[in-house]
Design a protein around this ligand. Structure first.
Ligand code: NAD
Length: 411
């Protein structure tokens, strides 16, 4: 993940230089303005106490409160949380949300913890970071291996600390506690909107589109469902164990029915291909929706898709981005393609603040408008400034923040 932080910093620097900013702005925005490390003692079910390490990174709050998920994962590191908070700033900037980026994480393995241990850890995390978070300071959300139940415990704990009901403290809550309709599917819906925009540019009708999706978790499986329902052919999908391919299109409803809660399904089938082979399949749209660093300088020359839409965070290395752009493949970068989640999180916060709730159709339409506006801005920068789509997205993402920093007189 340190590679990913470095890669992000390289592109942030390029973006700020292109926008005419100097080294002072680069120095400020290359790193989070605040990073809190916390130690969280948790009483386990067997009576022992385990002390967990957690983080909260706040990239920059010149535009408004910071916003971003909390992940519970054994692989969480300080560097990862920092990189993820910078990405959140870029997503919020591209979508024109009144937020900077934030991110949190706890080094733990939720799969090995009981329900009550997880509750105690979630509440302990909120107690540990409570002084720097809040509905007008920094608003957490779900991320890898955290869910609406964990958000509910965190919101309850924060409400106890502050002695008032604070639904706007956190997003991704259950609907009955002020969660928003459409939050669960928001990332995939956003990716679908990006696929439609990219297909329009490449003049490919949706019915003719052959789609390959790496990863069959929350993002990948909803995306496969929506693409299948739209009449596209999803010819390849994969999970951590392998990949499935059928040139005539896979039976997505059947696969959705068989997948487990961790997004595994390929292990049920005898005839699979590898994830490496999946990425190089002949298709129109390739969607990496699993983990980082999947498209590299080794496989980028062999990719046959004419469009790559990055649903995952950081799936393509900097070197591969260059190769892909030179080959004329249209890349919709992660900070744009996967912004649907934070956009609907923003809607949740707005609804909490106003105490009035919208229906799913209204949410979907508002999401569509914001994603398309974000796409058009990035594509326009790509075209007029003659930069690749990733640099264009970073320029769009960091522009408002840099302006806000300057107006505030910070640099
Ligand atoms: P998830 O944990 O629900 O699913 C991950 C999927 O990827 C699973 O099917 C898993 O088997 C597969 N996978 C894991 N390692 C793999 C490997 N080495 N090769 C191939 N497949 C592998 O995760 P998710 O929520 O769907 O997120 C996927 C990506 O999208 C992540 O990069 C995440 O940061 C990004 N993302 C997700 C959201 C969201 O709302 N879920 C929002 C923004 C970005």
């Amino acid at each position: 993940m340190s590679d990913v932080l470095h890669a992000t910093q390289v592109v942030i620097e390029q973006a700020l230089k292109r926008l005419g900013y100097g080294q002072d702005m680069i120095d400020l925005l290359k790193e989070p303005m605040r990073l809190l490390t916390v130690r969280i003692p948790v009483r386990m079910d067997d009576g022992s106490t385990v002390v967990f390490t957690g983080y909260r990174s706040q990239h920059n709050d010149s535009v408004g409160p910071t916003k971003g998920g909390v992940r519970f994962h054994p692989g969480v590191t300080e560097t990862e949380v920092k990189a993820l908070s910078i990405w959140m700033s870029l997503k919020c900037g591209i979508a024109d949300l009144p937020y900077g980026g934030g991110k949190g994480g706890v080094i733990c393995d939720p799969r090995k913890m009981s329900f009550r241990e997880l509750e105690r850890l979630s509440r302990g995390y909120v107690r540990a970071v409570s002084q720097i978070v809040g509905p007008t300071k920094d608003i957490p959300a779900p991320d890898v291996m955290t869910n609406s139940q964990i958000m509910a415990w965190m919101m309850d704990e924060y409400s106890h600390i502050r002695e008032f009901d604070s639904p706007g403290f956190i997003t991704g809550k259950p609907i009955v506690l002020g969660g928003s309709k459409g939050r669960e599917t928001a990332t995939a819906r956003g990716v679908v909107i990006m696929i439609y925009e990219a297909l329009k540019i490449k003049n490919i009708p949706i019915q003719d589109a052959r789609i390959v999706i790496q990863g069959f978790g929350n993002a990948g499986s909803f995306l496969a469902k929506f693409m299948y329902e739209a009449g596209a052919r999803v010819i390849g999908i994969s999970d951590v164990n392998g990949a499935l391919y059928n040139k005539d299109g896979l039976d997505i409803p059947h696969l959705l029915d068989r997948r487990d809660s961790f997004g595994n399904v390929t292990n049920l089938f005898p005839k699979t291909i590898s994830n490496d082979e999946l990425l190089e399949l002949d298709c129109d749209v390739l969607v990496p929706a699993a983990i980082e660093n999947q498209i590299t300088e080794e496989n980028a020359p062999n990719i046959k898709a004419s469009i790559i839409v990055e649903a995952a965070n950081g799936p393509t290395t900097l070197e591969a981005t260059k190769i892909i752009s030179e080959r004329g493949i249209l890349l919709i970068p992660d900070v744009l393609a996967s912004a649907g989640g934070v956009i609907v999180s923003y809607f949740e916060w707005v609804q909490n603040n106003q105490g009035y709730y919208w229906g799913e159709e209204e949410i979907d339409e508002k999401l569509r408008i914001m994603m398309i506006r974000g796409f058009e801005n990035v594509y326009e920068i790509h075209r007029t400034r003659k930069v690749d789509m990733r640099l264009a997205a970073y320029m769009s993402g960091v522009r408002k923040m840099a302006e806000a920093v300057r107006y505030r007189g910070w640099v």
